[in-house]
Design a protein around this ligand. Structure first.
Ligand code: HEC
Ligand code: HEC
Length: 305
């Protein structure tokens, strides 16, 4: 009897140690990923100074406000006692702000490559999309950021509970490091098609706003990368939005309200970024979506025929 107890004890103890070791390995994997230092020299981008360019930058930067706060002074992007705290940086160069000492090159490194001034990879910052901006548009955004009045705001530093470090290490939160999915040698000297309602310009807008990272490359929708988000709808011509009129589509982006009267939450469907741009640019996205085949081949469009 004593022997059995002894061996049960040893087995249990080994199991506990094994679990502790495995969790420690996973947590370290997560932590080490974001403590790495990358020596990355981004290709230079010309920063304009004229007021029309700064205004263009202001419009483009509306897409950043959902995460960085309406005044771009940063906010707590995520705060859950079970998971931890992730602030999104203060983009004004107030004393003590993350971007206080940022040079033009530092901004390019962050917005295109998801790497901060110290060389650490950024978490969640969607540089795989923002980095697709043409040099001209990116130059306007940086010019605008540099024109912002400093906003002095303090928030908790980034930290995560041990359990969430383990879960993140096991990949349960998906990919938190945009650095890993960016083709770093390709995001330089980028151009955009001329601004118009063309499907080609629409494709550019879709890339910059990251529509496909949630709605999928064929616009068929599915699960959001954000675990607390509602499911992502099919917005191709086999879905509901793919059958809206151009006017309804533009109006949705301006107001967040669907033609059937639903007000969508901009936390899950970030409509304000595209919505801040002139109607012709929103229309280009409509035309691009219309030019694509229906995502769901057994869907409405087919049934109509
Ligand atoms: C989905 C949310 C989200 C959006 C949209 C977003 N960001 Fe970020 N951004 C973040 C988070 C979160 C961080 C901080 C990441 C970290 O601490 O690892 C960040 C960091 C940054 C940094 C680096 C600052 C530092 O900490 O050194 C810059 C610069 C930046 N963002 C600029 C922008 C610009 C410009 C836009 C719009 C074109 C934008 N971001 C859009 C979430 C976002
Ligand atoms: C962060 C993920 C995310 C991104 C990026 C995103 N969407 Fe969405 N979108 C959603 C979710 C989630 C919904 C559904 C929201 C709800 O039901 O409350 C949605 C809803 C919509 C709808 C309404 C569809 C309907 O049937 O009600 C349209 C249209 C749409 N998105 C178009 C776009 C376009 C165009 C872009 C790029 C400019 C884009 N979305 C970017 C997640 C996203």
């Amino acid at each position: 009897m004593k022997k059995i107890l002894k061996w049960t004890g040893i087995t249990l103890l080994s199991l506990v140690l094994l679990v502790l070791l495995a969790s420690w390995i996973l947590a370290s994997k997560f932590n080490n990923k974001f403590e790495k230092v990358y020596d990355l020299q981004p290709a230079p981008v010309a920063i304009p100074t004229d007021s029309a360019s700064v205004e263009r930058g202001r419009m483009l930067a509306v897409g950043c406000t959902g995460c960085h706060g309406s005044d771009l002074g940063g906010k707590v992007f995520f705060d859950d006692p079970n998971i931890g705290v992730l602030p999104s940086s203060n983009l004004t160069r107030a004393a003590g702000s993350e971007t206080e000492g940022y040079t033009d090159e530092d901004f390019v490194r962050a917005i295109r490559h998801a790497v901060n001034k110290k060389g650490h990879p950024l978490m969640v910052m969607p540089s795989e999309s923002t980095g697709q901006m043409s040099d001209e548009d990116l130059g306007c955004v940086i010019a605008y950021l540099k024109s912002l009045p400093p906003i002095d705001r303090q928030f908790e530093k980034r930290h995560f509970t041990y359990m969430s470090q383990v879960m993140a290490g096991a990949g349960l939160f998906g990919n938190l490091s945009p650095y890993d999915i960016i083709e770093h040698d390709k995001v330089k000297n980028l151009t955009a098609p001329p601004i118009s309602n063309s499907a080609e310009y629409g494709e550019y807008m879709v890339r910059v706003h990251g529509c496909k990272s949630c709605h999928n490359p064929n616009f068929g929708g599915g699960k959001s990368p954000d675990p607390v988000s509602p499911p992502v709808p099919d917005i191709s011509t086999s879905g509901i939005a793919g059958n809206w009129t151009k006017e309804e589509f533009i109006s949705f982006f301006k107001t967040g309200k669907t033609p059937d009267g639903r007000l969508l939450n901009s936390q899950f469907m970030p409509y304000e970024g595209l919505g801040a741009l002139p109607a012709v640019e929103i229309e280009s996205v409509y035309n691009y979506i219309q030019s694509m085949p229906p995502a769901n081949q057994t869907g409405k469009k087919i049934a109509e025929k």
